[in-house]
Design a protein around this ligand. Structure first.
Ligand code: NAP
Length: 490
């Protein structure tokens, strides 16, 4: 599909007049300023979105505060019905949403459709989970007392999301917050703004009460200053880089604002000598090249046992040579563009640094200069050592370093040798080895012979510098609840 055709099909957003969604109304930025969104597949201007000011953010927070008493006063069933209405609308407009995702951040359409499905699954799960916010009764120390714990919504919640999953990160935060009874304000990533505004349109169509969901686009510093300095906001849920996570921890100190952080990762992908090599290669390719390597849980370091290194590497390279590169909107494309020029520069710099320090490029290694757009070839490196940037920083691109190992102790030590602790993968047919390795790896998520472990009903999150808090599962709703202990004398 051509870009022009995709643009003609848009009905949820008007690219010539994009506005923030505050208190159920569509608003320009206070000073009418905008920021430009560049289409990563052709480097052309796609749209301009409002550059909301601090006072716009303040208006959104006030709107959420006004909406909170009524929204939190609804029953869990009533709130769940709104979430399910929104879910149905997401699925009704899945083609258009997927095209918008593809247009603004480059994801290939098939994967974007998968993201819409995943986004809808959070709405389904939390519409139900809201009904299971159970309290406790506690045996008292005297016969004239009764002790209870009740759970209540935390209040107004702010969410700050990244561009790499511009829709599912929204619902992974908003669905549990709303189900818990919180009112919300969302600041999407710049390169996820169109998706967020299309989502806002669906919120309007689902007839959510005014002010329950507010969406402000714009530069992050001023909006987040307001979020962190305004005492109305009781909780901030952030997904993004560890660099920005650190900034937000500092900002949260002043008011001891509750914060959960879903940050970067540096996933090891371990292939033991007894693994099904075909499946391990397919898993590694899925993990490494999904979203062109721009996922927090993507395989960053592929450790392959010495005995199977040749077989694995040959198969891996022959498979990635077949991956088709092009605009995410075109039929059959598997590798779209990177999100922007700085992403492209980072990927190039990791490859250059590795080669300068002795690595060998056995496949790819270059920007695709033939096309306009931020395309980089699927790349494989060998001879990689721990002093190379690629072994400690997130590449966030389609570069796979393959490293060899000889024994389980060494590979576990190497895999854990990172400041990050989000996801790790293990491929083996030996159950005991699988379990022991999973237990020894210092990561929040382990895929055992499984390259896509993220689902709505399970906790997703990291340890070490990959953040704190969990999203998904029953754990995900706890982020948005306070526990209150009540002691009753009878
Ligand atoms: P990012 O640069 O940290 O940005 C994330 C969000 O924070 C965006 O909305 C961004 O706004 C905003 N932001 C930037 N600077 C800020 C500041 N000083 N104060 C407040 N907000 C600020 O990350 P990204 O490039 O969008 O996303 C990629 C990163 O997210 C990777 O590190 C990836 O691993 C991580 N990630 C983690 C998970 C997880 O679940 N653990 C999931 C997905 C992605 P602008 O876009 O407007 O700058």
């Amino acid at each position: 599909m051509k870009v022009e055709n995709a643009l003609k099909e848009l009905s949820l957003i008007n690219l010539d007049d994009l506005r923030c969604f505050i208190n159920g109304e569509w608003k320009k930025a206070e000073d009418c300023s905008t920021i430009e969104i560049i289409n990563p597949s052709n480097e052309e201007l796609l749209a301009k979105v409002p550059n909301a000011s601090r006072s716009d953010a303040n208006e959104a927070i006030e709107a959420a505060a006004n909406a909170f008493p009524k929204w939190s006063g609804l029953t869990a069933n009533e709130r769940g019905s709104f979430l399910l209405k929104l879910r149905d609308l997401l699925l009704k407009y899945e083609q258009e949403l997927a095209s918008i995702i593809s247009l603004e951040m480059g994801k290939v359409k098939g994967q974007a459709l998968g993201e819409v499905q995943q986004a809808s699954s959070f709405l389904t799960w939390y519409a139900e989970e809201g009904r299971r916010i159970y309290g406790e009764t506690i045996p008292a120390s005297s016969s004239n007392k009764r002790l209870f714990v009740i759970k209540q919504p935390i209040g107004v919640v702010a969410a700050i999301t990244p561009w790499n999953f511009p829709l599912s990160m929204l619902t992974r935060k908003l669905a549990p917050a709303l189900a818990a009874g919180c009112a919300t304000i969302l600041k999407p990533a710049e390169q996820g703004s169109l998706t967020a505004l299309a989502f806002a349109k669906l919120v309007e169509l689902a007839k959510f009460p005014q002010g329950v969901i507010n969406i402000v686009t714009g530069m992050p510093e001023s909006i987040s200053d307001e979020i962190f300095e305004n005492p109305i906001v009781k909780k901030v849920s952030f997904t993004g880089s560890t660099r920005v996570g650190r900034i937000l921890v500092k900002k949260s100190a002043q008011q001891l604002k509750k914060l959960s952080l879903e940050l970067g990762g540096h996933a090891p992908f371990i292939v033991f000598e007894d693994a099904d090599i075909q499946k391990a290669v397919e898993g590694a390719i899925e993990s490494k090249y999904r979203n062109v390597g721009q996922t927090c849980i993507c395989a960053n370091r592929i450790y392959v046992h010495e005995k199977v290194k040749q077989e694995f590497t040959e198969l891996f390279v022959s498979r990635i040579k077949q991956l088709s590169i092009g605009s995410g909107l075109d039929e059959g494309i598997e590798i779209g563009p990177l999100v922007n020029e700085s992403a492209l520069n980072k990927v190039s710099s990791h490859v250059k640094d590795s080669v300068e320090k002795g690595a060998t490029i056995i496949q790819g290694g270059e920007r695709c200069f033939k096309k306009k757009g931020y395309y980089f070839e699927p790349t494989v490196l060998t001879g990689v050592t721990n002093d190379m940037l690629i072994m400690s920083e997130e590449t966030f691109g389609p570069v796979a370093p393959i490293i060899h190992f000889n024994n389980i102790e060494d590979v576990i030590a190497e895999a854990n040798n990172t400041d990050y602790g989000l996801a790790a993968y293990v491929y083996t047919s030996n159950m005991e080895k699988a379990v022991r390795t999973a237990e020894a790896l210092q990561f929040g998520i382990i895929g055992l012979n499984d390259s896509s472990p993220a689902v709505a009903q399970a906790p997703f999150g990291g340890i070490k510098q990959s953040g704190f808090g969990r999203e998904g599962g029953h754990q995900g709703i706890a982020n948005f609840l306070e526990e209150k202990f009540i002691s009753l004398k009878v």
